[in-house]
Unconditional design. Structure first.
Length: 388
């Protein structure tokens, strides 16, 4: 099948036209801030050199980010336009996953790095087996340079028998600091000069799914910004602040509605009987969040003298990014303090970036790894915990 790969997540732009495993054209250009002006002409030229017309394309892949906000958005818009014209499949992979799946690292904690501004870097966290099998270890993060070492040390504690390897265009700026912490960790020198459209094409066509840090087969590719634009955050805080969140105890008559919501949110939902059994269990702190007269979310925590387990937190899609999950987690922590629980633990999918960011903001850190814990799709579970 003939395809087009558009790598525009940074100022180093690459466009490749492929047929099967063969590369028909591959153009590279440093565009600076000129993505809008230069990307479409590069695609046209690549198609011309390949001898393939746009209408012949069977798939079009774009870098989903993270990277330059402008570059990611222009790349995605261009890919959508060409896919629409050709009736082609739309594919994508994150810049970090493309680096991980193309890297020659073996038996390693692999940390792809992409620059995120003068003092920040986007970091991915993958574990690579002895045969090169790649699994997502934790969701990507944006970190200040001086915080990168602590984040890597925390991830390495989950796979202590793995070597640390850094790859990607974010490495050169941090290389001296990284080598001081982990000698030879940058020795692969992989993609220090920029992201590759060929890596993108390879990763985007894999069907390994979220457990490998990739888009689920058949799912619509979504941008991976890692952090929101400041303007978007200002608008979100303003709008969400106008609609207060009310928390109350979960009741038995809530269960049918919560079960329906659970089925709409999770691929492995709790059955109605499980909700009812938890409500009858001593030590259960079960709460419902309401907003605008609707159930906006819920949380279930089991609190024991030895510690607490945050069993479930969910937010209705219509009420996301409005502080619902944060309010529920803060409420659970307050209950743990009242009951003098020593600590609280939870499990989260390795790919669930919003949840991991929320828990980190509430003081949780990585505490363990359960390989293959989740099904449908297959994915590892991270254990996160904190003292209360």
């Amino acid at each position: 099948m003939k395809g087009l790969a558009i790598e525009a997540a940074t100022s180093h732009v690459e466009v490749a036209v492929l047929e099967g495993a063969g590369v028909r054209a591959h153009l590279i250009e440093e565009v600076g801030h000129g993505h809008t002006r230069r990307l479409t002409p590069l695609v046209r030229e690549a198609l011309s050199r390949s001898g393939i017309e746009a209408r012949e394309l069977g798939w079009v892949a774009a870098d989903l980010g993270p990277g330059s906000f402008t570059g990611v958005r222009v790349g995605l818009a261009t890919a959508r336009a060409f896919a629409f014209v050709a009736g082609a499949h739309r594919l994508g992979a994150s810049s970090l996953a493309a680096l991980a799946h193309a890297s020659p690292a073996r038996r390693a904690l692999l940390v792809p790095l992409v620059g995120a501004g003068r003092l920040d870097v986007y970091a991915g966290f993958f574990r690579v087996g002895a045969r090169g099998d790649v699994r997502l270890l934790a969701a990507p993060r944006v970190l200040r340079s001086d915080a990168l070492g602590d984040a890597v040390a925390e991830a390495l504690a989950l796979v202590p028998d793995h070597a640390v390897r850094f790859v990607g265009p974010g490495v050169p700026r941090e290389q001296e600091r990284l080598e001081r912490h982990w000698p030879s960790s940058t020795a692969l020198a992989f993609r220090h000069d920029g992201l590759s459209a060929l890596d993108l094409a390879h990763a985007a066509r894999l069907e390994a799914g979220p457990g490998a840090g990739l888009v689920a087969p058949g799912a619509e590719p979504q941008p991976v910004y890692v952090r929101s634009a400041q303007a978007e955050e200002r608008v979100r805080h303003t709008v969400s602040g106008e609609t207060p969140i009310a928390l109350r105890a979960m009741r038995a008559d809530d269960v049918p509605a919560l079960t329906a919501l659970e089925r709409g949110i999770f691929s492995d939902p709790w059955p109605e009987a499980f909700f009812r059994s938890l409500l009858e269990q001593p030590g259960t702190w079960a709460r419902v969040a309401e907003r605008s007269g609707e159930i906006a979310g819920y949380a279930v925590t089991v609190i024991r003298p030895s510690g607490a387990d945050l069993e479930n937190v969910a937010t209705a899609p219509a009420h996301r990014r409005a502080g619902v999950a944060r309010a529920l987690v803060e409420d659970a922590l307050a209950a743990c303090r009242r009951e003098r629980a020593g600590g609280i633990t939870l499990e989260v999918r390795a790919s669930n970036a919003p949840a991991q960011a929320l828990y980190r903001a509430q003081g949780f850190g990585l505490a363990g790894l359960r390989p293959g814990y989740y099904r449908n799709p297959d994915e590892d579970a991270l254990l996160m915990s904190r003292r209360v």
